[in-house]
Design a protein around this ligand. Structure first.
Ligand SMILES: Nc1ncnc2c1ncn2[C@@H]1O[C@H](COP(=O)(O)OP(=O)(O)OP(=O)(O)O)[C@@H](O)[C@H]1O
Length: 798
């Protein structure tokens, strides 16, 4: 029999179904319609049927296996089918029954064959379908493989290109490498030498390493000791903090003692005054006594000369008397001789007797005179004695008073020394506290309600906490029923006097004399009392502000310290920033402002702000005046006040339209030290709402410039509070000028002034919020400028 499946590969014992399933070859043959029985039994049965067909004459009864019975299992070969189709009826011509049976049988066989064909066809169709699917899949696969192949080919081409490129590069590299190799060989020899050197170096490095290890060990030990030290420092820090709190207590005690000592001092000063009065009167008495003593001495001298003269006269009279007496005796002897001898005449004798009597009278009167003179001398001596006595008494009294004054002076000096010591301690503590705080301090002041403010509301919108904690430091503001609480370094209520305010800042002012940079500025809405706080009414003892009081204190203290060998040099300058332009308020003529307005004009003054490497700020072309007394400064301030830009607004009769900056630079020298302090006192222009101020025209421009520079100040403060890397100091003249005070080593204090008017509640809240921000700004630790000798005559503001 010819092979059925010519498509089948000759050596294939298996074939794949669709989807790649392996089909056993026997089964495949059956499906492909191989004309074989499915099994031996069925095949023999089929043969029987076919042979029955073929024999035609065989007994149908014996051939009991019906076509229907085998139809399910029968398979045909090609030859069998051809034989079946070519089969001719073999029956007898008229044997209809037999023919019919044959035909029926033939029919059955045909049906069976047909059925088989149908089955085969179906199988073939299925097979074909499967093969088609397989073909499609194969084709897909093929196309995929082809695409893959193409891609691969491309890839390979690219790789080949790359490889070629690489190969060229490698060839080039090779040539380079070869030249490198030559170099390397050369290098190698050099390296060998170097290696020897390196080995030597290595040896030395090993030694060094060993040394470094030793050092590391020492360093480790040091680290341990540093750690120990750190711990100790921490402990020290804690103890310092304790010490600080103790110092605070001491400060309080010192303050009490100081107050007591000051009271004692005032009593002593009073006593001293009385004693001085007493002393003066005693001195007057002494002068009088001395004058009368001199008088008496003169009298005594004249008496003495008189007595001497009288004594001389007396002596002469006595001599005369003695001479006369001896003459009388001689005469008497002569008389006797005459009487005896010749009887001399009685006349001569009488004459002689008269002469003798006259002489005796003269003698008696002279004796009387002598007696009177002796009496006068005795009384003069008595008087002299009395005068001597009173002089010595006065002298003793005077000595006693002198001793008492010396003693009181000593006590006063002791008291002053004690006060100075306490004062120094207090200042030291004050500085320590400030240094520890390291930030801008903020004082808040609320001005009283003025008659022009109108009526106050029933409920005040500003209140002060009454608890011990918040007293004098807290302030509460109520806006639309909501309460906002703020705390500052000090809060001054409406009742606070100018003196109360100054006593809180006098320490700070004192620091300027000690070589610190000090800056005090007043901030607040217009009409809130900034100028009143800073300047006040300089002519009134009670109402003068911080600037005159500070200057008085500075000059008083400098005079006191000059006794201890300190020499002071003070230089003052005053400027204002008006519409972003600096004006020199001590300039000889007002025209210089106009010149300054031309900014870069050749003749005009520049007033450029400059910071030097020491953190000092200078304003070029600014007038600087040497001052020696508070009176001089007061007259400068008066001059500056006259020139300051002031205007009337709806909110303030006398509104400052510029920022006013007073600067006093203090240089203190003694034999060993030199200190440079700066005191900046600034009255800022008031912030105001355009709508509220009612400004128009030039005043509107002024208000806009004021608000702009204040908003620049706020930007600077916010940047400082947030510790931003860039602080926009250069955005306005005010902030640029204040830069050292806001960022350097200055002691800075801000007054936030508030108005109690109910209509100002919004502005007051803004001012308080701004002040609270300022209070959080860390500006560094105040630094004293000592022992720096400077020949620079310019004046700096910080
Ligand atoms: N503590 C106070 N006691 C009495 N009067 C005060 C006090 N503070 C301010 N005043 C008065 O309030 C008014 C306004 O004060 P001041 O001119 O000082 O305000 P200001 O804040 O400087 O205003 P501006 O910013 O417009 O210059 C003045 O008449 C002043 O005398």
């Amino acid at each position: 029999m010819a092979p059925r499946n010519q498509n089948r590969p000759p050596n294939s014992s298996t074939n794949k179904k669709d989807g790649g399933e392996e089909i056993p070859i026997d089964k495949r043959r059956r499906i492909a319609g191989g004309a074989r029985l499915a099994g031996p039994t069925a095949a023999s049965r089929a043969r029987q049927v076919l042979s029955a067909v073929g024999s035609n004459n065989q007994d149908t009864a014996s051939d009991t296996v019906s076509v229907a019975e085998v139809s399910e299992h029968v398979e045909f070969t090609k030859e069998e089918v051809a034989a079946l189709l070519n089969e001719k009826p073999k029956g007898k011509k008229y044997d209809l029954k037999g023919n019919l049976e044959q035909v029926t049988e033939f029919n059955k066989k045909l049906k069976l064959c047909l059925k088989w064909f149908q089955g085969v066809e179906q199988n073939l169709n299925q097979e074909q379908e499967k093969l088609r699917n397989a073909l499609d899949a194969s084709e897909n696969k093929c196309s995929e493989i082809e695409i893959g192949k193409k891609n691969k080919e491309d890839e390979l081409n690219a790789t080949i290109g790359e490889l070629r490129h690489n190969s060229a590069a490698l060839a080039e590299k090779l040539s380079r490498e070869e030249s490198d190799k030559l170099d390397a060989i050369e290098c190698l020899t050099r390296e060998k030498d170097a290696r020897v050197a390196a080995e030597n170096l290595n040896a030395s490095l090993s030694l060094e390493l060993e040394k470094t290890r030793q050092e590391k060990l020492t360093a480790d030990q040091k680290v341990v000791s540093v750690n120990d030290m750190y711990k100790r420092l921490q402990e020290y820090n804690t103890s310092l903090q304790q010490y600080n709190s103790r110092l605070q207590t001491d400060l309080a005690t010192a303050n009490t003692t100081l107050q007591r000592v000051e009271k004692e001092k005032s009593t002593i000063v009073e006593n001293l005054g009385t004693l001085r009065g007493h002393y003066t009167s005693l001195q007057e008495q002494l002068t009088v006594s001395r004058a009368s003593q001199d008088e008496i001495a003169k009298q005594k001298e004249s008496f003495m000369s008189e007595v001497n003269r009288l004594r001389g006269e007396l002596q002469q009279v006595r001599d005369d008397r003695d001479r006369l007496h001896s003459q009388i005796q001689l005469l008497t002897a002569d008389l006797e001789k005459y009487k005896e001898a010749n009887g001399k005449s009685v006349e001569t004798l009488d004459n002689l007797m008269t002469q003798s009597n006259a002489l005796e009278e003269t003698c008696a009167s002279q004796r009387e005179q002598l007696r009177i003179l002796q009496h006068q001398l005795a009384s003069a001596n008595e008087k002299l004695k009395m005068a001597d006595l009173s002089v010595s008494e006065t002298r003793t009294e005077y000595e006693e008073q002198k001793e008492m004054i010396r003693h009181l002076r000593q006590r006063l000096a002791d008291a002053e020394h004690q006060i100075n010591e306490k004062e120094m301690l207090r200042r030291k503590l004050h500085n320590t506290i400030l240094e520890l705080k390291g930030n801008i301090r903020v004082f808040c002041r609320v001005r009283p309600l003025l008659p022009e403010d109108g009526c106050a509301s029933d409920l005040p919108f500003i209140t002060y906490p009454t608890s011990d904690e918040g007293q004098e430091q807290g302030i509460d503001l109520v806006q639309s029923g909501q309460k906002y609480a703020f705390t500052f370094d000090k809060v001054f209520t409406q009742e606070a006097s100018q003196n109360d305010v100054f006593s809180e800042i006098s320490e700070l002012v004192q620091s300027a004399l000690d070589g610190y940079k000090v800056c005090i500025f007043a901030y607040g809405q217009t009409g809130s009392g900034k100028t009143y706080t800073m300047m006040g009414r300089p002519q009134s003892m009670d109402q003068k502000g911080l600037i005159p009081r500070s200057l008085e204190q500075i000059f008083e203290t400098s005079q006191r310290l000059s006794v201890q060998g300190w020499k002071y040099k003070m230089q003052a300058s005053v400027l204002e920033i008006y519409n972003e332009t600096i004006r020199d308020l001590l300039a000889p003529t007002r025209t210089s402002w106009d010149a300054a307005r031309t900014e870069n004009g050749v003749p005009g003054k520049q007033y450029a702000i400059k910071h030097d490497a020491n953190g000092d700020t200078y304003v070029s072309d600014l007038t600087i005046v040497d001052v020696c007394s508070s009176k001089e400064v007061a007259s400068l301030l008066h001059q500056a006040g006259q020139c300051r830009s002031v205007g009337k607004t709806q909110m303030n009769e006398q509104s400052s339209r510029s920022h006013f900056v007073f600067t006093l630079r203090i240089t203190a020298q003694n034999a060993t030290t030199e200190k440079h302090g700066v005191l900046n006192l600034i009255d800022l222009a008031g912030s105001e709402r355009l709508s509220k101020s009612g400004s128009t025209g030039d005043q509107l421009k002024e208000t806009q410039a004021i608000n702009k520079s204040l908003s620049c100040l706020a930007d600077v403060i916010f940047a400082l509070a947030k510790k931003e890397s860039h602080v926009p100091f250069r955005n306005s003249k005010l902030t640029y000028l204040l830069q050292p005070c806001l960022s350097g080593d200055s002691k800075t204090l801000m007054f936030v002034n508030l108005s109690p008017e109910p209509s100002s509640v919004n502005e007051s809240l803004c001012s308080l919020r701004f002040a609270a921000r300022v209070n959080t700004c860390q500006i560094g630790v105040p630094r004293r400028q000592t022992a720096i000798r400077s020949a620079d005559p310019r004046l700096s503001i910080g």
